[in-house]
Design a protein around this ligand. Structure first.
Ligand SMILES: *Cc1c(COP(=O)(O)O)cnc(C)c1O
Length: 400
């Protein structure tokens, strides 16, 4: 039997069984619904994108997978060149992995070893944000601050290697003053904290973080697994403030196959480049650089560029602003909009009980969590479809 994610299996509601998916639509046996979640924010071109599907088929006819240990192949070579060109600054050195969590693990290992390679063994701490989410593996969980994990992490007692701060400049400055000798990196979900509650904050915080990291020689990591490829209304937040390491996942392959990449700048790469074998990065997921995933990612990035996705995202933001303007309810704490993300935060999570089924009946798939009802739609959504997603959200409050 299947053990489903984030679910108490004893009380879990039956999942909707999907038999087909195309564009923004998921199909059950007797209903079609707009996926307002984009399959965990990844399916930016919609389902079954013909160009990406074709790329996968063509590659599958050659070979589906070849390990990168001692071997290489054209799709991974082309994707790494493409990423180097597509990403800002000297974020040029691509380490592939199979999921965002692993991509984060790799980034954190790079940051720690960067200093160990220099003989500095004291920089064992990571600075991270309150309400951060960086994935479900152990180190990712530790640098995260997800309420769902507090319960299990309690078994370990106080976190020794992570310092959490709110997204406020004075707290940032204090943390650097206090811990700068012990920190190897500052990791953030830039501008938009996703799973921690679609929390949005200002770019000035990241600009100050960049200055402080430079002053104290600490690495800045952007976990853009969720924010990358336009979700905040920027291609990457790294276009505005340049990190030393960026992690991409989710939308990397247009959501067609799981894959992630940790991209380092020259400074970080040079910290490993040496005659000494022990200074090498000791990591190598079995399926890193999978040929099907790389072929999908290449096509996905080409589509993103050729079809001017940034204008699609601007249009989503405009329509969302228009539809949500003036919408309030006494149960709503805040309505937040950034790029291709809208979130309604309610005071009491029970207000959202039953919403998923209500949305399903109205032809929309939604998955609220805690106090957050949100939409992160595929960028190819039409105006009518987007209005439907948003009006379903509003209707829930109006009907009660
Ligand atoms: C989803 C997510 C991850 C984890 O990615 P997986 O592919 O689920 O392992 C890491 N960081 C952020 C910001 C995410 O949103």
């Amino acid at each position: 039997m299947i053990w489903y994610p984030y679910e108490q299996m004893k009380t879990m509601k039956e999942p909707y069984k999907i038999v087909d998916a195309e564009g923004v639509y998921l199909y059950t046996q007797d209903k079609k619904m707009i996926d307002s979640v984009s399959s965990w924010w990844s399916v930016i071109h919609g389902y079954k994108n013909p160009v990406i599907t074709q790329a996968i088929k063509e590659q599958a006819d050659r070979f589906s997978h070849i390990m990168l240990g001692g071997l290489t192949h054209e799709p991974v070579e082309r994707l790494s060149s493409k990423l180097a060109e597509f990403l800002p600054g000297d974020l040029d050195y691509c380490f592939f992995s199979d999921s965002g969590s692993v991509g984060v693990e790799v980034a954190l290992k790079m940051a720690l070893q960067y200093y160990v390679n220099k003989g500095d063994m004291k920089r064992t701490k990571v600075l991270a944000l309150r309400h951060a989410y960086h994935g479900d593996t152990f180190k990712a969980m530790e640098v995260g601050d997800d309420e769902d994990y507090h319960f299990i992490l309690e078994a370990y007692g106080e976190k020794k290697y992570t310092v959490h701060i709110p997204t406020e400049i004075p707290a940032l400055e204090d943390a650097f003053l206090k811990y700068h000798n012990e920190l190897n990196c500052f990791i953030v979900e830039p501008l938009l904290q996703g799973a921690g509650g679609m929390r949005m904050y200002d770019i000035s915080f990241l600009k100050r973080a960049r200055q402080l990291c430079d002053n104290y020689g600490i690495l800045l990591i952007f976990d853009e697994v969720a924010t990358g490829f336009g979700r905040t209304g920027n291609r990457f937040v790294a276009d505005l403030v340049l990190p030393d390491i960026i992690v991409l996942g989710k939308a990397l392959t247009g959501g067609h196959i799981g894959h992630a990449v940790t991209v380092a700048n020259k400074k970080v790469y040079d910290g490993f480049y040496d005659n000494a074998q022990e200074k090498a990065l000791m990591h190598g997921p079995t399926f890193m650089g999978n040929a099907l995933a790389c072929s999908a990612a290449l096509r996905s990035i080409e589509l993103f560029e050729q079809q001017d996705y940034m204008s699609k995202i601007r249009r989503i933001k405009q329509i969302t602003r228009r539809e949500m303007s003036g919408f309030t309810d006494e149960r709503i704490k805040e309505v937040r909009i950034m790029g291709g993300c809208v979130c309604i935060e309610v005071y009491d999570s029970s207000v959202l009980d039953g919403y998923q089924q209500f949305a399903y009946e109205h032809g929309v798939f939604s998955r609220p969590f805690l106090n957050y009802l949100y939409a992160m739609v595929p960028y190819i959504i039409t105006e009518d479809e987007l209005v439907k997603v948003l009006s379903t959200m509003k209707m829930w409050f109006e009907k009660k």
